[in-house]
Design a protein around this ligand. Sequence first.
Ligand code: ZN
Ligand code: ZN
Length: 493
Amino acid sequence: MKIKLFILLLFIIDISVAQNAIIVVVDGARFTETFGATNPDSTIPHLWNDLMPLGTVYNNFYNSGITTTNPGHATLLTGTWQTIANDGSQRPTSPTVFEYFRKEKSALESENYVVAGKTKLTILTNSDDPDYGAAYMASDIHGDLTDDEVYVNLIAAMDADHPKLILVNFPSVDRAGHAGNRDDYLSAITNVDNLIYQLWYKIANDPYYKNTTTLFITNDHGRHTTDFSSHGDDCEGCRHLMLLALGRKIIPGKIVSEKKYQTALAPTIGELLSFTTTGAGDSSLFDASYLPATEMKYLTYHLIDSDVILNWETKIEINNYGFEVERSQNSMITKLQDWKSNGSQNPNWVKVGFVDGNGSSNLMNDYSFVDKSVPSGRYYYRLKQIDDDRKYRFSKQVEVVINKLPAYFLLVQNYPNPFNPITTIEFAIPSANIVQVKVFNILGMEVATLLNELKQAGKHRVEFDAGNLASGIYFYKVVSGDNLETKKMILLK
Ligand SMILES: [Zn+2]
Ligand SMILES: [Zn+2]
């Protein structure tokens, strides 16, 4: 029974791609000090310069509920406007994404985490919905912590449990805002900007999270338009939030100006982790036309002896799992149309290697692959680019001819044969030598000398024009040093 379960698990792992989602909430940062700042490269240098090009920015992302901490967080997690108390005495009334995830996908408590720098946010682990609730709660790390302490706890949880779904609250910006010191408020924003960058760096380099994680960076609420030291009403400053999404399934370098709300986040997380958020009052941030495909460019090659070195680049990558390198010998397929419709079903194509993709990236990425020690011959190569969800597309194919020095003297049958009146005779010699190629008729009489000269090691060919000869059987003889061979050919006029 245990063995069976183990095999089943392996199978599941093989066909599905792990997906993780991390929601980072910068508590109480006003949009005019983040993506809407006059000089964003000085207040949020990493978000602006390093992370924004990798992700999609939502420029009109709004809170429309109560612009305080607990309701804002609860709205992000439930997909509904939450009017709960802000002092930690009341849980969300509608199920959180943790509960949907755990109930529908049998996810573990340790796969869900709330890491919060405000004690009152412990209410985010689960709602008081009777069909969900504490039975489906998330793990919880909380306390009145600094952003640096939150970060340390977050990394520890990621390393210990590999949670798939995390909400992180960084509290210091809101705290500094309420203290009324503008310099502290701004430096708290710059500090959390650096922590988020470190988090992304960890995600991008951690074997468990790399290429499988979508990161959302947002706020629970902003601050008054006219007074950064407080918040809580429905003014523009309190409602206008940042949202930067990056990582798996996110288009790099995109700006969305359409108005979106906090309630869209929970259904988006549900779509990413493949569970339904039945109670949510909004739809996912992704629409059907949202995702473009990875684009490959310039498949080229060069040869070093009999190693084929293939090079290609991508213009953009979206959820790119990687590239299968395929080779075919003497392929009959030359038209784009044909190999599109045949795909990998064509038995001529053989997989010779795999190269990992970069997930999602809007950089020009260069790739190469070496097909080592390929025997002499004519080959076609192409790439099968595979998405995380195993959809795939093919590159154009390139033709590669490997012409190694022959080990032996070799005389090939002339082609075409029978012929009228021209045919080609090919031979190969292992070392430089004087080569004679002569043609005889059926009576053994020499009718032509095609070659009598020094030839370098390798393959050679000569043409024979029998325009002035009668139809019949002829012989061609090639002599090179001690090697001699004769073959028959037929002239049919
Ligand atoms: Zn506050
Ligand atoms: Zn306000």
